[in-house]
Design a protein around this ligand. Structure first.
Ligand SMILES: NC(=O)c1ccc[n+]([C@@H]2O[C@H](COP(=O)([O-])OP(=O)(O)OC[C@H]3O[C@@H](n4cnc5c(N)ncnc54)[C@H](OP(=O)(O)O)[C@@H]3O)[C@@H](O)[C@H]2O)c1
Length: 283
């Protein structure tokens, strides 16, 4: 039995469907079972719980051989934070897996580091450290920014800041393919696998690409840096947006792919076209 925490999310939904198609028994851990309705009816077990509450995790571990963590607390419902979900929630999951003798495949982020200016990246680093120091066999998957998420954001909101900082974007489908392999490939235990997309592009370039794929030609608006700076002390999102507009967010995805040479590296236009044809499972 594979337990997928975050199985209702953008990545988790694809991971669940791939695992089911691959013949695995899958249980999805969610705070709200209604958010799992789009997952394979009947073929997936749904269990209610919250990674911030250890007591809800233990019963969900019954019979679990591998736990996949695809949770994030940067944004979303339920007053989540990177500290409570990405750091402490992942630590709770790792401890519960260790008690149950299950392996862990944990989603992290390229750039996770103790001294990162991004609180999410610091929280992921802390979760990685906890997992490495615990008593369970683990694989950490670090991904760059999901292009489908940013296409959705750029479809609704202006470009944050100047938008001229190159960023690596990856298709969530390629990341899901890596997560699925990590479940099956026990020879990856004790390894950090990094996955990114073929190009580093700026938000301005991504916004233009999105317009091209949609066949529209609207002028892009920007939220200026001075406004992001003003909001940064009180809100996480503008703080992160400002950082993404300034720090090095590039990634060389072509090198170091030995482990994942068989995973596609979808080009961004193809990923955007596919995303435009699909509905978001939940927001
Ligand atoms: N998006 C990116 O650009 C990106 C880049 C690199 C790495 N990642 C990592 O990839 C993973 C998937 O990201 P995503 O964008 O697909 O996420 P998402 O769509 O925002 O989904 C978030 C998931 O986290 C779960 N969750 C949040 N708080 C929870 C809590 N307290 N208890 C239990 N579950 C909780 C939600 O489940 P319920 O709401 O059903 O409870 C949901 O399934 C995350 O670990 C993320 O950090 C994402």
């Amino acid at each position: 039995m594979i337990l997928v925490a975050g199985g209702t999310g953008r990545l988790g939904t694809i991971v669940v469907s791939r695992l089911v198609a691959g013949g695995h028994d899958v249980r999805v851990f969610t705070r709200e079972p209604g958010r799992a309705q789009h997952l394979h009816e009947g073929s997936v077990e749904i269990v209610r719980g919250d990674v911030r509450d250890r007591q809800t995790i233990e019963p969900a571990m019954d019979g679990v051989t591998t736990l996949v963590s695809a949770v994030q607390g940067f944004a979303g419902p339920g007053r989540v934070t990177p500290e409570s979900v990405d750091r402490d929630g992942n630590a709770n999951l790792a401890d519960a897996a260790a008690n149950a003798g299950a392996d862990v495949v944990m989603m992290s982020i390229v750039g996770a580091a103790a001294d990162s200016p991004m609180e999410l990246f610091r929280a992921k680093h802390s979760a990685e450290q906890h997992l490495r120091g615990g008593g369970t066999a683990w694989t950490i998957i670090r991904a760059t920014a999901f292009v489908e998420l940013w296409a959705e954001i750029l479809g609704k909101a202006p470009v944050f800041g100047r938008g001229d900082n190159p960023i690596n974007f990856v298709s969530v489908r390629d990341v899901a393919a890596v997560v699925e392999r990590a479940v099956d490939r026990t020879e990856w235990r004790g390894q950090v696998v990094e996955v990114g997309g073929p190009d580093n592009v700026t938000f301005n370039e991504l916004a233009a690409m999105l317009q091209e794929v949609r066949g529209t030609n609207r002028k892009s608006h920007h939220i200026p840096r001075w406004l992001l700076r003003g909001l940064a002390p009180v809100a996480r999102q503008p703080r992160a947006a400002l950082t993404m507009d300034t720090i090095d967010m590039t990634f060389d995805a072509a090198s170091g792919r030995t482990l994942i040479a068989d995973v596609p590296m979808t080009d961004l236009r193809t990923a955007l076209s596919e995303a435009l044809g699909q509905a978001r499972p939940h927001s």
